[in-house]
Design a protein around this ligand. Structure first.
Ligand SMILES: Cc1cc2nc3c(=O)[nH]c(=O)nc-3n(C[C@H](O)[C@H](O)[C@H](O)COP(=O)(O)OP(=O)(O)OC[C@H]3O[C@@H](n4cnc5c(N)ncnc54)[C@H](O)[C@@H]3O)c2cc1C
Length: 415
C-alpha cells in the first residue's frame, strides 16, 4: 500500500488525512503540536461562500496607501519583512491588472463553489449543527453616508458569482442583530447561506478523533528536512526519528517554505498575520458580523464573541503587535456601541499567495511531493476541497478543471 506522510495537523492537514483514510490509504501525520492549534484555532470561523474576489485588484491598490497611512490601520506591512515580500509584491501587482484579476476571480468562484459543497458535506458527516450555525452572516457598512445604491450593486455582483446575497437597510440589520449600534449604520450585505463554526477547534478535534484506529499514526515530532530517495519516495527527518515514505503532503503553513527552500523550491507564499480577541462582555449575537473597512468579524462562538481579523505582513515568529488587539477591541466597541472587556488575545499566521488562490498540487521534478498551503483567509473554507483534490492526486487521477489554476507550477515557471 502507498505510504503517505502528511506534515501539519491544522485543519488542512487533518482534512487531508481524513480524505486519504476514506480512500483506504495508510497515513502518518507529523506535528509536534496538538491538532488544530495553529492558525486553525483562532480564525473567524466562517465557511466563506461569499469570498469570490481575490484581494489583488485595482481597487485595493488604489486604497492601499490610504489604508496603510491610517493611525488605526487594519492592514500593516512590517518594514523588516519587505525583502521577503519582494517577489510576492511584484506578483500581487501583476495579479491586480484587470485581465489577471478577472481570470483569478473566475478560478476562485469555481473553487469556492466546489469547496462549499465539500465543506458542508464534511461538516454534516462530522457533527452537523453541533459544529456550525447556518443562519448566514452580515457585512456592515458604517460610514453614516447612506450607501443603499452601492450596497445593491455589491449584492448584485455577489449574486452574479452564484452567492445568495441581499442588501439590507439599517432597520433590517438592527432587526437581525439588535446588539449592534445603530450609530452611523448605513446597511449591510446579508449572506443568508453562510455557515459559521461554533468553535473551530472542535472541527479539528472531530477530524482527529475520526482518524484514530488502524491505518493512522500521529508522530508528535517536527519535520526538520525532506530528502528524495534515489529509488523514488522520500526520507523524512525529525530531530528524533527518520522514516521513508512514497509520498509527502506538505500542510505545515509557512513552515512549508523552509522545507521547500532546502529543496531549492521557492514560492511567493508569505506570512499574513491575523489577531483575535475573545470578549468577556456577553453579547447576544446570532450570526457573524463583519466590518469590512476594518477587516474583522465579530463571530458568536461557544465560548463567547470572538473579534477576529486584521492583516499584518510580518515574519511569522515576530512578537505580537499589541496595538492590533486594542484596535480590535476599540472597533468592536464602536460596532456594538459600548466598551468591551477582553478575556483572551491570540495571534495566528496565515499563509498567503499573491493571486489569492491556494497552492495545491505536485511539485514538478519532485515526484510524490504534494503541496497544500497558501490558503490565506480561506483555509477553513477550502480545507475539505483541498483534501479531496490531494486524495485525487494520490490516486493518480487528473485534477478537475477548477483545480488546474492551483498548481505550484504557476509560480515556478520562468519569472
Ligand atoms: C484572524 C484570522 C481569521 C481567519 N478567519 C477565517 C475564516 O473565517 N474562514 C476561513 O476559511 N479561514 C480563516 N482564516 C484562515 C485559516 O485559519 C487558515 O487558512 C487555516 O487555519 C490554515 O490551516 P492550516 O492547516 O494550513 O494551518 P495551521 O492551522 O497553521 O496548521 C499548520 C500546522 O503545521 C504544523 N507544523 C509547522 N511546521 C511543522 C513541521 N516542520 N513539522 C510538522 N508540523 C509542522 C503546526 O504545528 C500546525 O499545527 C483566518 C485566519 C486568521 C489568522
Amino acid at each position: 500500500m502507498t505510504s503517505i506522510a502528511v506534515i501539519g495537523a491544522g485543519v488542512v492537514g487533518l482534512a487531508v488525512c481524513h480524505a486519504l483514510r476514506q480512500r483506504g490509504f495508510a497515513v502518518r501525520l507529523y506535528d509536534p503540536e496538538p491538532p488544530g492549534e495553529g492558525a486553525s484555532f483562532g480564525n473567524a470561523g466562517l465557511i466563506a461562500n461569499y469570498a469570490t474576489a481575490p484581494m489583488a485588484n485595482l481597487a485595493t491598490l488604489r486604497q492601499l496607501p490610504a489604508m496603510l497611512a491610517r493611525p488605526d490601520r487594519s492592514i500593516a506591512i512590517d518594514p523588516g519583512y519587505t525583502p521577503a515580500l519582494a517577489d510576492f509584491g511584484w506578483r500581487f501587482l501583476r495579479a491586480a491588472t484587470p485581465a489577471s484579476f478577472s481570470r483569478h476571480k473566475g478560478d476562485l468562484v469555481r473553487l469556492i463553489r466546489e469547496a462549499i459543497t465539500a465543506q458542508h458535506t464534511l461538516l454534516d458527516a462530522l457533527g452537523g449543527e453541533a459544529l456550525y450555525r447556518a443562519n448566514g452572516c452580515l457585512q456592515v457598512v458604517r460610514d453614516g453616508r447612506g450607501q443603499r445604491a452601492a450596497l445593491e450593486a455589491m449584492a448584485a455582483t455577489k449574486r452574479a458569482d452564484g452567492v445568495a446575497c441581499e442588501a439590507l437597510g439599517p432597520e433590517e440589520v438592527m432587526g437581525l442583530e439588535p446588539e449592534l449600534s445603530a450609530r452611523g449604520l448605513d446597511g449591510a450585505l446579508y449572506f443568508p447561506e453562510t455557515r459559521s463554526l461554533r468553535d473551530p477547534l472542535s472541527l479539528s478535534r472531530s477530524l482527529y478523533q475520526g482518524l484514530q484506529g488502524e491505518g493512522f499514526t500521529h508522530v508528535a515530532e517536527r519535520i526538520q528536512s525532506l530528502a528524495p530517495l534515489g529509488k523514488g519516495g522520500w526520507r523524512l527527518h525529525t530531530g528524533e526519528s527518520r522514516a521513508e515514505v512514497e509520498r509527502v503532503v506538505l500542510c505545515a503553513g509557512m513552515a512549508n517554505n523552509v522545507l521547500l527552500g532546502d529543496l531549492g523550491v521557492r514560492l511567493p507564499v508569505v506570512s499574513e498575520r491575523g489577531y483575535h480577541v475573545l470578549l468577556k462582555t456577553p453579547l447576544a449575537l446570532d450570526r457573524p458580523v463583519g466590518w469590512l473597512t476594518h477587516h474583522f468579524y465579530a463571530t458568536p462562538m461557544q465560548e463567547g464573541v470572538r473579534l477576529a481579523g486584521t492583516t499584518e505582513f510580518s515574519p511569522p515568529g515576530k512578537p505580537p503587535n499589541a496595538r492590533c488587539w486594542s484596535r480590535l477591541a476599540d472597533w468592536g466597541g464602536a460596532l456594538f456601541g459600548r466598551p468591551l472587556e477582553v478575556e483572551r488575545k491570540w495571534l495566528g499566521v496565515r499563509h498567503s499567495t499573491p493571486d489569492g488562490l491556494p497552492v495545491i498540487g505536485e511539485v514538478a521534478g519532485h515526484p510524490g511531493l504534494i503541496l497544500a498551503y497558501g490558503h490565506g483567509h480561506l483555509g477553513l473554507t477550502l480545507s475539505a476541497e483541498t483534501a479531496r483534490l490531494v486524495a485525487s492526486l494520490v490516486e493518480g487521477e487528473s485534477l478537475p478543471d477548477h483545480a488546474r489554476a492551483l498548481s505550484p507550477q504557476r509560480f515556478l515557471k520562468s519569472r
